[in-house]
Design a protein around this ligand. Structure first.
Ligand SMILES: [Zn+2]
Length: 325
């Protein structure tokens, strides 16, 4: 295993080697950051669902997940990093060998629900069932308990805060579904940007690990992954990781295997959706490897006890604009 290089004081301009590390005073947090992979096929994204690609059409599209997951696993192995893989129950059912390869490589297997339906389309009882179905399939393949959950399309918001109660009641140890940003489809802009204790409207509590944002000009800018990570110059997520460290917390990065598969078939997407889905696909693997070379990353499972201990902020979801205590 390669030892990861320590992060530089300042990221180098693209194409140049990093600056000499260690000239800035030590950050408050020097542990590894968190890396997550949302494991779904390219045709299961929310943009495809909105364009009419529903589960009954999924068989019409070729599966391409296996080779893309292998590229992610190779990048992690090259840098001695581990990650949390939030996997769809559908993938566990239809492509179980992919889940086994991830588990065999020592990474954490967590849940991304069954069929990538946003929580506002499920409601509490179907969500309870969805969670249980996915968990059974994933635990059978992983051979160990599933501890964490990420909602499809970060769909835990004030409107779906009941999901926090359901997750707590089902015994999940953590959640990573609340994006503390303003967005047209998701987000809780005033939620804490560091790991915190999330409380649902029914009083259920769970450790919430929000995806990485950069605080700039009074606004939380999404930096954690997906189209943002592909679109923005890499110095911005690097800056957001250092900002999180100064706040004493790890940053949570996410990516999808399909983002490392620029040759995937075209989906019938509208213009903006197509841009969001395809921008920067050819550069994702380079960017991932760049981050892996400069920062240390691990899975939530490896850090869970520390994270629980350090999460002091309590934030209650589901109360209009929400309330921090
Ligand atoms: Zn997803």
């Amino acid at each position: 295993m390669t030892r990861p290089t320590p992060e530089p004081a300042d990221p180098a301009p693209p194409g140049q080697s990093p600056a000499t590390p260690g000239r800035r005073s030590a950050p408050d947090f020097d542990g590894p950051h968190l890396l997550s992979v949302d494991v779904e096929e390219y045709f299961q994204v929310e943009a495809a669902a909105r364009a009419g690609v529903s589960p009954r059409h999924w068989a019409d599209y070729p599966n391409r997940l296996g080779p893309a997951v292998d590229r992610v696993l190779a990048a992690l192995a090259d840098h001695g990093a581990s990650a949390t893989f939030f996997i769809l129950g559908w993938v566990a059912r239809h492509e179980p060998e992919v889940v086994r390869r991830i588990a065999d490589a020592g990474h954490e297997i967590a849940s991304h629900g069954m069929e990538h339906r946003m929580l506002q389309h499920l409601g509490p009882d179907p969500f309870r069932q969805d969670l249980a179905d996915a968990r059974r399939l994933l635990e059978d393949l992983a051979g160990r308990p599933v501890l964490g959950y990420r909602a499809p399309t970060f769909s835990i918001t004030h409107a779906t805060a009941w999901a926090i109660d359901v997750l707590a009641e089902a015994g999940y140890r953590y959640d990573s579904s609340v994006f503390p940003v303003r967005h047209d489809r998701y987000g809780v802009p005033d939620a804490p940007t560091v790991p915190h204790r999330a409380v649902g409207p029914g009083g259920g509590e769970i450790l919430e690990i929000p995806p990485l944002t950069l605080r700039l000009a009074g606004v939380n800018w999404p930096m954690a992954g997906g189209g943002y990570l592909r679109l923005f110059p890499r110095r911005l997520p690097a800056r957001a990781l250092r900002q999180a460290a100064r706040r004493g917390a790890p940053g949570m990065i996410y990516l999808h295997p399909w983002e490392l598969d620029p040759d995937q078939p075209e989906l019938p997407l509208a213009r903006l959706a197509r841009f969001r889905h395809r921008v920067g696909l050819a550069g994702t693997e380079v960017k991932l490897r760049w981050l892996l070379a400069r920062f240390r990353f691990t899975s939530v499972r490896e850090r869970l006890e520390d994270l629980r201990e350090q999460a002091q902020d309590v934030y209650t979801y589901g109360q209009g604009a929400g309330s921090a205590t």
